[in-house]
Design a protein around this ligand. Structure first.
Ligand code: IMP
Length: 204
């Protein structure tokens, strides 16, 4: 099966392609189908599910292809789940500035618990079939950015997955891709596709 990734985020596309490399799913990016790199979807939803659907339906409308959208973010316990769906845009500036500003919101006594959540939306415009898959990874926040910016993206330099002492950016994408929220959601997608001979059966 061929699936178009409804994203222009290079980090996400790389991870999804790497995780699905051993599956029967052929992953296409916007480049493969001639969409502009700045083909952007305004994320007006207030939940990961809403925004995943907005992205999936926009890419499907533009191409007619079955698509896979990922809406994801970091949820910090002491901040009641903030920045959540706003992870990419709660503060103008660079990724590093956002990471540091987020850490500055926590007082020394606050819990440092945090988790990444990924919601995937699989949408087949021919069959009008929509299916969602979710993955979560629990962990904690480091006190400063650590690790290579070349490994992973976004909040990876400040997120330490449970059971580890290093951040995702220190662990590197090979380790991250074995355990991440995105990995867990993609495993559910893969399982769904394996158990549905034609993935795009309409819901009964
Ligand atoms: P979206 O395009 O609205 O889904 O934005 C997701 C944002 O959440 C990213 O730009 C990052 O800021 C953050 N995020 C989601 N997943 C990850 C991850 O695996 N590592 C680091 N940051 C992530």
């Amino acid at each position: 099966m061929r699936l178009l990734i409804a994203s222009s985020n290079a980090g996400k596309i790389r991870e999804i392609q790497a995780i699905l490399a051993t599956s029967d799913i052929e992953v296409l990016s916007y480049k493969d189908v001639g969409l502009a790199a700045d083909f952007d979807v305004v994320e007006t939803g207030t939940t990961f599910t809403d925004n995943a659907w907005l992205k999936a339906s926009a890419y499907a409308a533009a191409t007619g292809l079955p698509v896979l959208a990922d809406d994801s973010g970091l949820e910090v316990e002491a901040l009641d789940g903030f920045p959540g769906v706003y992870s990419n845009r709660w503060l103008a500036g660079t990724t590093s500035e956002r990471n540091q500003a987020l850490l500055a919101k926590l007082s020394p006594t606050d819990s440092r618990n945090a988790q990444f959540r990924s919601v995937l939306c699989l949408y087949d415009p021919q069959m009008k079939h929509t299916q969602f898959f979710e993955g979560v990874i629990k962990g904690s926040l480091a006190t400063a950015e650590r690790g290579s910016r070349l490994e992973g993206f976004g909040y990876d330099p400040i997120f330490i997955p449970e059971g580890y002492t290093q951040t995702f950016a220190e662990l590197g994408v090979a380790v991250k891709n074995q355990i991440s929220h995105r990995r867990q959601a993609l495993l559910k997608l893969n399982q769904f596709l394996l158990t549905n001979t034609h993935p795009a059966q309409p819901e009964s």
